[in-house]
Design a protein around this ligand. Structure first.
Ligand code: SF4
Ligand code: SF4
Length: 290
């Protein structure tokens, strides 16, 4: 019987008790919108909400895939809600957010993988919130890439994010249904079609990857034109999820971040508590002033 690894002292959660956080949570309940921040019990929630950033999960909270590191429910998804783009836009306005990340579960049941709904959301959010920065964090659109990319040309985001999550050797175990080469290709093709829109990807560390494997992935990302990178510690959502093989120290994250910058990433966030959307606003700013 495996003993769960004890969390080191640098893994800590922010207080969620701030009034601003409670206000945002209240509005989200009313509008029936899901945020990854809440669903994934993200340890940065208090900090992000207080800074005007949140990650919205569109197209429901039930995923057609079942990645054993992920806390999202699995099953038969609901039908798309045609009012969701407008609700999302109004909520973002009411919350006074400055930078939003829009993401979704995998919708392998939809013919366009949900690309059309992403575009509708971007359009609505922009029209009600001029100047708003929008990052989309998309699924891999496996089997539907051409169609999805074509649709997304109608309303490209400010940042295009697609996470590789882990090294290719661990895909079968950690990302069943996904394909490493496919994910890289999605990043490359988007980049090619939108040279002005930065692309971004991220990995969770502590799933069993080696340093060499990780550096190879970072090189692959650079070779596919990826500009921005996030590296964070994988945390096991429950004992039914993949175990953490290792907690990397903050120094190790710093060092990996330096390596990534040397490899040519324009913006890197690397640290135990870094998530794909952690300080997404600051990351994007860094890119503009770089
Ligand atoms: Fe939400 Fe991302 Fe911030 Fe976590 S890091 S609270 S998911 S915006
Ligand atoms: Fe979670 Fe994404 Fe995997 Fe679905 S595809 S189970 S949302 S990581």
């Amino acid at each position: 019987t495996e003993k769960p690894q004890r969390k080191p002292k640098w893994i800590r959660a922010q207080s969620q008790a701030r009034p601003e956080v409670q206000r945002i949570k209240g509005i989200l309940r009313e509008q029936k919108l899901h945020t990854v921040c809440e669903e994934a019990s993200c340890p940065n929630l208090g900090e992000c909400f207080a800074h005007g950033t949140a990650t919205f999960m569109i197209m429901g909270d039930i995923c057609t895939r079942r990645c054993p590191f992920c806390d999202v429910a699995h099953g038969r998804p609901e039908a798309l809600d045609a009012d969701e783009p407008r609700h999302l836009a109004e909520t973002i306005q009411a919350l006074g957010l400055k930078y939003v990340v829009i993401t979704s579960v995998d919708r392998d049941d939809l013919r366009d993988g949900g690309a059309g709904h992403f575009v509708d959301c971007i359009r609505e959010v922009r029209s009600l919130n001029p100047g708003m920065k929008i990052e989309i964090l998309v699924p891999d659109f496996r089997g539907r890439m051409d169609r999805a990319l074509e649709i997304m040309q109608q309303a490209p985001p400010d940042v295009f994010n697609h996470n590789l999550e882990t090294v290719p050797r661990l895909y079968r175990e950690a990302r069943p249904g996904a394909d490493y080469a496919w994910s890289l290709e999605l990043l490359r093709q988007f980049r090619e079609q939108h040279p002005g829109v930065p692309t971004k990807s991220g990995l969770m560390l502590g799933l069993g990857e080696t340093r060499e494997e990780l550096l190879e992935v970072l090189q692959d990302l650079r070779d596919h034109g990826c500009d921005m990178l996030t590296l964070g510690q994988y945390l096991q959502p429950s004992r039914h999820h993949l175990p953490v093989t290792r907690f990397l120290s903050p120094e190790e994250f710093d060092e990996l971040g330096d390596r990534a910058r040397e490899m040519g990433f324009k913006q890197v966030a690397s640290g135990p508590m870094v998530r794909s959307s952690y300080h997404a606003d600051l990351q994007a700013q860094g890119l503009e002033t770089a």
